[in-house]
Design a protein around this ligand. Structure first.
Ligand SMILES: Nc1nc2c(ncn2[C@@H]2O[C@H](COP(=O)(O)OP(=O)(O)OP(=O)(O)O)[C@@H](O)[C@H]2O)c(=O)[nH]1
Ligand SMILES: [Zn+2]
Length: 360
């Protein structure tokens, strides 16, 4: 391995801080001399409340994304923060992820460090709602906390893409597709590795059948009826096996990049009547957190530059083209419809422009 491929100190700092906030512990963001203690709103319990209140009484603030503030009734299109003079768990949770909450205090615009706190939550696949304390008032907390600089945090996604590399590969015969090689990449998005499943031995001078498949634990593994993912996954592998060649990228982008805990939270909101995109917006997200540029890098690392893409999602086609691959054709991949996924598929067609003909 060359030194160039070793993760930088900044990348290591970001990964350590991601682990801290996912474990429910506070961490510190630095920007020059300025420091900010941050902790995920969803992690707050009585103990964390006591820790924050004791170290800097009255100084906490809750930072919320633009779409969460819109859900709370604010018309401004930007992220912002409200003061938390006392951290009351019920109010904190209502503002961070309650369905019927309304903003109940003045909202102020964010500084770059506060924006960084939201980015940290997204990288950690936690809800974009974060409690912050100016470090000047929280000196007692600092010696125990890991910290990361804002430039390193903001550069993290690009650095993960730059360090994308193959770490292992082996043949794994699948039912109905015996000639498969699993190639494991480290880097890209999410918190785990990315997998390329290479069916047969593709001739890279010809267009190769390709699917970019975002992980869906509920659908891929358990056959959830709420989406079409499991069908799409198995159907694609079957088609590739029939053609004798293909590359399926299995990407760590659970819940359109939001992570499994948020996806399940969103399902709970969908049960109350919101569609798949409305539920994500209510929780503070945009339509889709995924970036497919690193998937293009994976294909190029495998020698694939001309693809026959199996997708209904125009964003995937555009992303590969933008990264310099030639998308020779795009083929629809239809899962079975049922009473539980009907609305999900219609929302993808109507709100995200997916190429789906549901009435056919
Ligand atoms: N946030 C959220 N994610 C969902 C929901 N249902 C499914 N997903 C995720 O949506 C993604 C679907 O991935 P794909 O099937 O690769 O992508 P797609 O955008 O549907 O595009 P194609 O299937 O290629 O047409 C997976 O990451 C699922 O986990 C939902 O209700 N909310
Ligand atoms: Zn799914």
């Amino acid at each position: 391995m060359s030194y160039r491929r070793l993760p930088s100190v900044g990348q290591v700092d970001v990964e350590r801080v991601i682990a801290e906030v996912r474990a429910g512990r506070p961490a510190v963001l630095r920007d020059g001399a300025e420091r900010l203690v941050v902790a995920a709103a969803e992690a707050f319990d009585e103990t964390l409340v006591r820790e924050f209140e004791f170290s800097a009484p009255g100084a906490a603030r809750l930072v919320l994304s633009a779409s969460r503030l819109r859900h709370l009734g604010l018309s401004r299109g930007e992220a912002g923060f409200v003061a938390l003079p006392h951290i009351e768990l019920a109010r904190l949770r209502a503002l961070a992820f309650g369905l019927d909450a309304r903003v109940d205090a003045p909202v102020a615009p964010l500084t770059p460090l506060y924006e960084g706190a939201l980015e940290l939550m997204r990288l950690a696949q936690l809800l974009p709602a974060v409690v912050v304390l100016a470090a000047s008032g929280a000196e007692a907390l600092l010696p125990n906390l890991l910290s990361v600089s804002l430039p390193h945090l903001l550069g993290y996604r690009a650095s993960r893409r730059a360090t994308l590399r193959i770490v292992s590969r082996a043949n794994v015969p699948l039912e109905g597709a015996s000639a498969c090689e699993f190639v494991v990449f480290r880097g890209g998005e999410g918190l785990r590795d990315q997998i390329a499943i290479v069916v047969g031995r593709p001739d890279c001078s010809q267009p190769v059948p390709v699917r970019l498949h975002s992980a869906c634990l509920t659908g891929d593994l358990f056959g959830s009826l709420k989406c079409d993912c499991g069908d799409q996954l198995r159907h694609t592998v079957r088609v590739m096996a029939q053609e004798g060649v293909g590359v399926l990228l299995y990407l760590d982008q659970e819940g359109r990049g939001n992570g499994i805990s948020t996806k399940i939270r969103a399902y709970d909101l969908q049960a109350l009547g919101l569609d798949t995109f409305e539920a994500d917006e209510a929780l503070g997200y945009g339509h889709d957190q995924r970036d497919f540029a690193f998937a293009a890098d994976m294909l190029q690392a495998l020698g694939v530059t001309r693809v026959r893409l199996m997708t209904n999602n125009p964003v995937k086609i555009a992303a590969l083209e933008e990264a310099g691959l030639e998308v020779v054709s795009a083929h629809r991949v239809l899962g079975r419809r049922n009473a539980h996924n009907r609305r999900y598929l219609a929302a993808k067609r109507d709100r995200a422009g997916h190429l789906l003909e549901l009435d056919a």
